[in-house]
Design a protein around this ligand. Structure first.
Ligand code: PLP
Length: 621
């Protein structure tokens, strides 16, 4: 896997040139050169790099593909899209998103009051805003305020009580108004179809959201009774994120299309849009046989347009506007997390680490001889002998017959024999060798927090593509486990024989080695947890100017230690005073030492809590 599956998950966004992975755009800079430039400015620790050109690519691909499908089928409804803010609300992301989508009348979807405020301030007037999720009176009132400002906003009814509140708020806002203005109304329908996969809970009868057929008919009557039927314009559904299979979507579209047609025929004249929610999947897999998506965007768009047209034709109703709220598809590829490797944990298993004595216990001498005379022809036999000797030597240690040095020599020699045998037998595909590979896997300690930066890996075992930034002209040979720097054994991406990751053998005392985690732009940032108080990493926006060169913009450093504590509502003023007082009053220090210690302490307090990479290399600079 020298290209780390780039052709499967990369979507031509990156390219390997020489020994580095580069951005396949404009001057094609390497991720390594960008990383090094940022690090030279003094920003160590993990870096989150954002690429707005990839957002632009996703948005234009989405719109162009639907336009093409519309033209192909001569579809009369419009295609419109909004970005669901829940997927990424970070300002550097939202600003880049709105900037690159100016030509598409692209809007935002909000699911909470704070998200509505982002949508109200960042969506251009006229571009659509949709509001989903449970709402109270205040949240519905915010939607009315947005409508009165001139926003093209649709509030989705998730239940009948919510509709009652809408009716009440409508009265309060419009009863005495010269020109009554209300948001458009959508209804979320509870489909019997649901998606599949780990995020499929949003669809189906058991889902948290949406109106049943009975409730839908009641809602229709209530809207009619309160003269709000003219505002009912959207049918909404969402069958779950990361829809790997297209089949459930087709079922859901038929169901939703027929509900749309039925309501329209019943008298909902203003009804004119079907909103499919999100769900468009992203290919995260690095392995040919483990792909996560069985359809292309083209197939997705064609299916949606065809089915909506078919149902409209058969039922004799207008073809509806098609709305999507794709989030993952738009945002995932735009960011890359780059993190330095701090240490390799089995580096001590080298010949250099052996402490052989003038006279060794016979079994250790034998292990040493096995290691030196290992050949392809006898590799398997010697391997079995070595494993057998190890068992005996560990028993001898337990019984007190050999000492700690002998035990260490045993561990090193057996490890070296396994490594050498696997290399000699690399063309054999036996289960035994695979199991042994697990045993000699290298543990890479990486300067990041999986809880903060890959929460979906931690919570749902969602795989994210991982690869090093350089050495890509050399075959990596170490089966790799990745350890993050939290004090939690869950912060590990273990070596997985079904999804094996191999990394290079490096000497961290003399070389830098960075890992990149791709497709982290959707959900990960805001779901990230401050476990161990590791916060959002330092981030930067990488833009390309008209000459094709990149600029590093909007650098935001990870929070410093005192700000993190402040966020937790510690009285940092008091903490600061306590620390200072304890140094100043210390009876063990003279005044020069106190000054020096205070200087150091304040320097540390002003920095973020990620580690500062490899000491030896840092000191050389
Ligand atoms: N719309 C709604 C109502 C959702 O609940 C979600 C996600 O759960 C989305 C859109 C975005 O889905 P995705 O990121 O899979 O496109």
């Amino acid at each position: 896997m020298k290209n780390f599956g780039l052709d499967i998950w990369g979507d031509e966004n990156f390219i390997i040139q020489g020994d580095t992975i580069n951005i396949n755009h404009a001057s094609k800079p390497s991720l390594l050169s960008i990383t090094q430039e940022i690090r030279e400015k003094g920003y160590k620790g993990p870096l989150l790099l954002r690429f707005p050109h990839l957002l632009e690519k996703q948005i234009s691909t989405l719109f162009k593909t639907f336009e093409k499908a519309k033209q192909e089928f001569k579809y009369k409804g419009n295609f419109q899209a909004v970005f669901p803010l829940k997927v990424n609300q970070f300002p550097n992301f939202v600003h880049a998103l709105m900037d690159v989508s100016k030509n598409y009348n692209y809007g935002l979807e909000a699911g909470s009051k704070a998200e509505i405020i982002i949508a109200m301030t960042k969506t251009p007037l006229g571009a659509p805003i949709t509001v989903n999720g449970f709402k109270d009176k205040e949240m519905i009132s915010l939607c009315f305020i947005a409508a009165k400002m001139g926003h093209n906003i649709t509030v989705t009814i998730e239940g009948l009580t919510e509709l009652e509140t809408i009716i009440q708020v409508n009265k309060e806002f419009n009863e005495d108004a010269e020109t009554p203005i209300s948001p458009k109304i959508g209804v979320r329908i509870r489909l019997h179809s649901s998606g599949i996969g780990i995020w499929a809970k949003s669809g189906g009868y058991g889902s948290k959201f949406g109106l049943t057929s009975t409730e839908l008919l009641e809602a229709y009557e209530m809207l009619k009774e309160h003269a709000l039927l003219d505002y009912l314009w959207m049918i909404h559904f969402h069958i779950g994120s990361q829809m790997g299979d297209i089949a459930p979507l087709k079922k859901a579209l038929r169901e939703a299309g027929n509900i749309y047609a039925d309501l329209k025929k019943r008298g909902a004249d203003a009804l004119g849009a079907i909103n499919l929610g999100g769900g468009l999947a992203v290919e995260y897999s690095q392995h040919e046989d483990k792909q996560e998506r069985n359809y292309s965007l083209r197939e997705f768009a064609n299916d949606v347009v065809f089915l909506m047209q078919d149902i409209s034709k058969r039922k004799g109703v207008e073809e509806p506007d098609i709305f999507t709220e794709s989030g993952r598809y738009i945002a995932a590829s735009h960011s890359v997390l780059v993190a330095p490797v701090l240490e390799l944990f089995s580096q001590e298993y080298t010949e250099k680490g052996l402490r052989l004595k003038e006279v060794n216990p016979p079994l250790i001498q034998e292990l040493y001889d096995l290691y030196n005379s290992l050949s392809r022809a006898r590799a398997r036999e010697y391997l079995h002998d070595a494993l057998d000797h190890m068992e005996s030597l560990l028993t001898l240690f337990d019984l007190g017959y050999i000492d700690l040095e002998d035990r260490s020599n045993t561990e090193i020699l057996v490890n070296l024999i396994i490594k050498k045998s696997i290399a000699l037998l690399k063309n054999e595909d036996s289960d035994e060798l695979k199991k042994l590979q697990d045993r000699i896997q290298e543990k890479y300690l990486v300067n990041f927090s999986a809880f903060q930066s890959l929460p979906d890996f931690w919570g749902l075992e969602q795989h994210f593509p991982i690869m090093p930034l350089d050495r890509l002209d050399t075959k990596p040979t170490n089966p790799a486990s990745i350890w993050d720097i939290t004090c939690d054994s869950d912060g590990e991406i273990g070596f997985n024989r079904d999804l094996p990751l191999y990394l290079h053998d490096i000497d961290v005392d003399t070389e830098e080695y960075f890992l990149a985690f791709f497709l982290t732009g959707a959900y990960q940032e805001v779901l990230g947890m401050k476990h161990n108080l590791f916060t959002h990493p330092t981030e930067a926006v990488i833009n390309f100017n008209s000459e094709g060169n990149y600029t590093i913009d909007n650098l935001i450093e990870a929070q410093n230690i005192m700000d993190i504590l402040d966020d937790l509502d510690y009285d940092t003023y008091l903490m600061d005073k306590t620390l200072k007082y304890n140094i100043e009053e210390s009876v063990h220090l003279n005044s020069e030492e106190k000054r020096e210690l205070l200087g150091k302490l304040y320097l540390y307090l002003s920095e973020n809590s990620y580690l500062k990479t490899i000491q030896a290399i840092d000191e050389e600079r």
